[in-house]
Structures are given as structure tokens and as C-alpha cells.
Design a protein around this ligand. Structure first.
Ligand code: ADP
Ligand code: MG
Length: 240
């Protein structure tokens, strides 16, 4: 579904990604871990062109998206993204947050968008919050709305950038549970996370990024029990 070759990204003189090669298959759950500042967010943001890569190639569903003539808006509709900081629209209700893009970008009729919205809210356990404003929700509830909002565009892949890092500990589980059920339903997902238990349980593959390259990758259970690279060993010794 996604093929990345020689991906580089620099900000001025700072080289953040230094040649990333990876293939992500349909239905695969890829978990990305690595130290702060190693380029994890930049990698994710390059996948849906929130950042323009400096070099290399990205193919998505068989089409090169790093060339010219790519419709970035259509691409982003196929890739849902969930951020650490939720990014809900504060002056819109939960239902308005969820239906804004389907109605405004896809021209979905309001009744249909709301019918799908209710379905999605049921899926994330928040049917009763459709008319609430974000400031009345807990962090975990906001993040579940953000996931429902991303799903409303029927994406083919979901990108998560530390979706539970801003949450109080008691709310982490409810968000991870929604992500687990998405994984079970076969959603293709790329997830940057510090939740090592979740990575081990749900990840089909783990990427350890350091210094803007994939230092090690493989089955999460294998890497957690026997990391091969000294940098992976050092990182895991601090976080496990
Ligand atoms: P991670 O998500 O692994 O913590 P990031 O991808 O956010 O790392 O950042 C990697 C490096 O790139 C950091 O040194 C960060 O300061 C730098 N960086 C990220 N975004 C920008 C930007 N828009 N402008 C300049 N530097 C950036
Ligand atoms: Mg980051």
C-alpha cells in the first residue's frame, strides 16, 4: 500500500530524515518507536505530504505521490491522521467536527454524513456526546472523537502520531482499545507511540528510528525480547 525509497527531509541545514526505505502492506499495523527528535513525526508527516520530502520517493496505492501533478487533497482524504493534541474545532459540536469534511469536501448530504457520524460515535463509545462541545469532553473522549472524525472520510490508512501522549494515564486504555479494534478490522495503520505494551500486542511490525534512519525493524516481540542493534538495546533498556 505504501512504498518508501530513500526518503530524506531537511529543514535548512538540519537533516532530519536520512534515507528511509520501508514497505507497508494493506492491513498491516506498523508501530514506530525511537528517541525524541529522531524524526518519527517528520516521517509520518512526509507520508501524507504534510511535509514536502527533500528527496526520495513515496508510492501510495501504486502511485508516486512525490512527483508533480499529485492532488494532495485527494491523497489526504485517503490517509486519516490523528495527532497528540486532538486538534478538534473548539466552536463546533462533536457531530459538526465529524461531519465537516464529509459535507464540505466530499459533498456528502448532511443526513448521510450524520448517519455515518452516529455509527462512528457508536464505534468509539460516544453516541451520547454528539451535541457536546470539545471543552466538555475528557482528553480520552476528545481523542476518540478525533479518531471518529478521521474515519469519517473513509481513509485507506490511518496515521497516528503519539495519540495517547497528552492523556492522563487512566484515559490511555480507552483510546488504545479503539485502535486495537481498528487493527482487528483490518485497517492499515502507522502508529508512533511510546506505549510499548500496545506495540508488542498489536504491532505486526516495529520500526526503531534513530537519527532519521530505520536502525532496526522486525516483529515487535522479537525486538523487545532480543534487540539486535546497540542503539535499539540502549533505547529499550531505558523505556521497558
Ligand atoms: P520526533 O517526532 O521523533 O520527536 P521530529 O520529527 O518531530 O522528531 O523532529 C526531528 C527533528 O526535526 C528535531 O530536531 C526537530 O527540531 C526538527 N524539526 C521538525 N520539524 C521542524 C520544522 N518544521 N522546522 C525545523 N525543524 C524541524
Ligand atoms: Mg514526534
Amino acid at each position: 500500500m505504501i512504498k518508501v525509497r530513500g526518503l530524506t527531509k531537511s529543514f535548512g541545514k538540519t537533516n532530519v530524515l536520512n534515507g528511509i526505505d520501508v514497505d507497508i502492506a494493506k492491513g498491516e499495523v506498523v508501530v514506530v518507536i525511537g528517541p525524541s527528535g529522531s524524526g518519527k513525526s517528520t516521517f509520518l508527516r512526509c507520508l501524507n505530504l504534510l511535509e514536502a520530502p527533500t528527496g526520495g520517493e513515496i508510492e501510495f496505492e501504486g502511485k508516486e505521490i512525490t512527483g508533480s501533478g499529485v492532488n494532495i487533497n485527494v491523497l489526504r482524504q485517503s490517509m486519516g491522521m490523528v495527532f497528540q493534541q486532538f486538534n478538534l474545532f473548539p466552536h463546533k459540536t462533536v457531530m459538526q467536527n465529524i461531519t465537516l469534511a464529509p459535507i464540505g469536501v466530499r459533498n456528502t448530504p448532511r443526513e448521510e454524513a450524520e448517519r455515518i457520524g452516529i455509527e462512528l460515535l457508536r464505534r468509539v463509545g460516544l453516541e451520547d456526546k454528539r451535541d457536546a462541545y470539545p471543552n466538555r469532553l475528557s482528553g480520552g473522549q476528545k481523542q476518540r472523537v478525533a479518531i471518529a472524525r478521521a474515519l469519517a472520510m473513509r481513509p485507506h490508512v490511518m496515521l497516528f502520531d503519539e495519540p495517547t501522549s497528552a492523556l492522563d494515564p487512566e484515559m490511555v486504555g480507552e483510546v488504545l482499545d479503539v485502535m486495537k479494534s481498528l487493527a482487528r478490522e483490518g485497517m492499515t495503520m502507522v502508529i508512533v507511540t511510546h506505549e510499548m505494551g500496545f506495540a508488542r500486542e498489536v504491532g505486526d511490525r516495529l520500526l526503531f528510528i534513530d537519527g532519521g534512519v530505520i536502525v532496526e525493524q522486525g516483529n515487535p516481540r522479537d525486538i523487545f525480547s532480543a534487540p539486535q542493534h546497540p542503539r535499539t538495546q540502549e533505547f529499550l533498556s531505558k523505556v521497558l
